[in-house]
Design a protein around this ligand. Structure first.
Ligand code: ADP
Ligand code: MG
Length: 343
């Protein structure tokens, strides 16, 4: 039921995407410490390595993943090698989830949303979903989109930004439901691009010491596809598949910014959702687990309870910067992604 150029049928595909150095960074003296081998291996050179000071520290770290994209790989390619493999499953009624993980500035929003000229995974997925639905003439599909933000453990409707602090409910048929969220019925993918960009403007963005525009919110696009047989008047099989695509908040540590008060609380909450997500993935990956997956620990993991593990497939795209100044963040990101590999 799954296709695309996905390496395996494993429930979790972990990819790493390296962005190019910005001209501004080159001008500021940044240099790349990251290279990609054979689209599978990431090599990171420690810019602070000193054999005399630290003989036990290694100069180079290597990590292997299902897929590694170097700085020249474009949006369509990233989509085709990763999320494209989930689309048929969603049309068949399976849930799936996609995450962009990484520090602020590493390329998460570029990967997920992209720009109008160079659309990312969200838009490429929708285009593909619509074109495949048109192929299946005999079945009738209903597509609805919801776009929300999780910020400080509160859910805000990005398509109706006056709706804040929406509550989560578990429905026996539909799974996790965000009460009162806009369910946008789109007939084609074309109208969606602009809709998402408009929604993104409503994301909460706070200035912090580490970054002028650091995104401390998670953005979640959920696409629900209901399929019913178009033949006769029999209300027979209805299959529902849900695809959740998440542009996660920056993974940089709260300790790195000189946060106080409000920001500190945000930092704690961001870490809570990222930490909870990591813990759920680790628990699901542990084949000998006693059965407990801590979905209840954060809003993000509660929302995605019906889309992680079980029959659900997951794609994680870890985004990294090549800059030597981001060495620590890059290593942290690769370690987080590495934990997900066993799922
Ligand atoms: P994040 O969402 O992780 O904070 P962004 O996606 O906003 O980071 O990326 C920061 C900047 O780098 C943006 O201007 C974006 O266009 C650029 N960028 C990120 N990834 C790439 C890439 N693979 N190729 C070209 N530009 C990129
Ligand atoms: Mg972003």
């Amino acid at each position: 039921q799954f296709d695309g150029n996905v390496a395996s049928d494993a429930p979790m595909l972990v990819a790493v995407r390296l962005r190019p150095l910005w001209i501004k960074e080159v001008e500021a003296g940044d240099y790349s410490v990251v290279s990609v081998l054979e689209s599978k291996v990431i090599v990171v050179v420690d810019p602070w390595y000193d054999a005399d000071l630290n003989p036990n520290r290694s100069k180079e770290k290597k990590y292997a993943f299902d897929m590694v994209f170097n700085e020249h790989i474009g949006q369509e390619n990233v989509y085709e090698e990763t999320v494209k493999g989930l689309v048929n499953g969603v049309l068949d009624g399976y849930n799936a989830s996609v995450f962009a993980y990484g520090a602020t500035g590493a390329g998460k929003t570029h990967t997920m949303l992209g720009s109008l000229e160079s659309p990312g995974v969200m838009v490429n997925t929708l285009h593909d979903l619509y074109s495949r639905m048109n192929v299946f003439q005999e079945a009738k599909f209903k597509v609805t989109l919801s776009y929300m933000e999780i910020y400080n453990e509160r859910i805000k409707d990005l398509l109706m930004p006056t709706s804040i602090d929406l509550q989560l409910n578990e429905d026996p048929v539909r799974g996790m439901v965000v009460q009162g969220i806009t369910e946008y019925g789109a007939d084609s993918a074309d109208e969606i691009l602009e809709l998402l960009h408009r929604g993104n403007l409503y994301r909460t963005v706070e200035p912090t010491a580490a970054n002028q525009v650091s995104s401390r919110s998670h953005a979640v696009l959920q696409v629900t596809i209901e399929q019913s047989e178009a033949t006769a008047h029999v209300t027979g099989n209805v299959r529902v598949g849900k695809l959740s695509m998440v542009d996660l908040a920056g993974s940089e540590r709260a300790s790195k910014t000189d946060n106080t008060g409000q920001r500190l609380k945000e930092g704690a909450n961001i870490n809570r959702s990222l930490l909870a997500l990591g813990n759920c993935i680790t628990a699901l990956a542990d084949k000998n687990r006693k059965g407990h997956v801590p979905f209840r620990d954060s809003k993000m993991t509660r929302l995605l309870k019906d889309s992680l593990g079980g029959n659900c497939r997951t794609v994680m795209i870890a985004n990294i910067s090549p800059s030597h100044r981001q060495f620590e963040e890059t290593i942290n990101t690769l370690k987080y992604a590495n934990r997900a590999k066993n799922l």
